[in-house]
Design a protein around this ligand. Structure first.
Ligand SMILES: N[C@@H](CCC(=O)N[C@@H](CS)C(=O)NCC(=O)O)C(=O)O
Length: 186
């Protein structure tokens, strides 16, 4: 599941997303968003500095990868551990370890986070307030991953409504047309 080696020619970690802009290379999705907003969209997709919405913007921009992505990544890793092709006599061990880590830590953590985000989305339409912002772009990825592999379903209606709103945005559809479909399950 590693990124293609070509990416290491651009940045030592070789992870996606990555952007280049002339001589500038920017890695880390939130840093990429900040860079694009500052350089190409000043005053857009971000609340006015110093306001409560701006604080919410910064919080969710960081929370997406800094907190929410962790249990989702662990879910992916331990599902791979559970299904890893190992000799039959080791299988119960690997499956047992994966099941224990999932039930004792990962699943409760994921529930904690998804319940929290569900409740926060009950307060405002978008993460940084009543207006769509780049924090929503950043949050949409882990929420999509939660739907694909984290058990997010209709039992969390605010999150499902939010995902529907995100996916129906014309810009989201245009991005899919440009970038092609992606699969967060594999
Ligand atoms: N925290 C980083 C995560 C970067 C990351 O791990 N990207 C994954 C894809 S979502 C990746 O490139 N995985 C393949 C690899 O590690 O080689 C960000 O927000 O940009």
């Amino acid at each position: 599941m590693l990124a293609p080696p070509e990416l290491k020619k651009i940045h030592p970690l070789g992870k996606s997303p990555l952007i280049t802009d002339g001589d500038v290379v920017v890695a880390e999705s939130a840093a990429i968003i900040e860079y694009i907003l500052e350089k190409y969209a000043p005053g857009l997709l971000k609340p006015v500095a110093g306001t409560p919405d701006a604080r919410r913007f910064t919080y969710w921009l960081h929370y997406a990868e800094g907190s929410l992505m962790t249990p989702l990544l662990l879910t992916l890793i331990f599902s791979k551990v559970a299904s890893a092709p190992v000799p039959f006599f080791i299988k119960p061990v690997t499956k047992g370890i994966a099941a224990t880590v999932m039930s004792s830590f990962v699943t409760p953590q994921l529930k904690l986070h998804l319940d929290y985000v569900e409740s926060e989305l009950g307060k405002t339409k978008w993460f940084a307030g009543s207006e769509f912002s780049a924090a929503d772009i950043q949050m949409s990825f882990p929420i999509e991953a939660a739907e694909a592999r984290g058990g997010l379903n209709a039992s969390r209606p605010n999150l499902m409504k939010y995902l529907k709103a995100i996916k129906s945005r014309p810009a989201f559809k245009r991005a899919l047309e440009k970038g092609g479909p992606y699969d967060l399950m594999s």
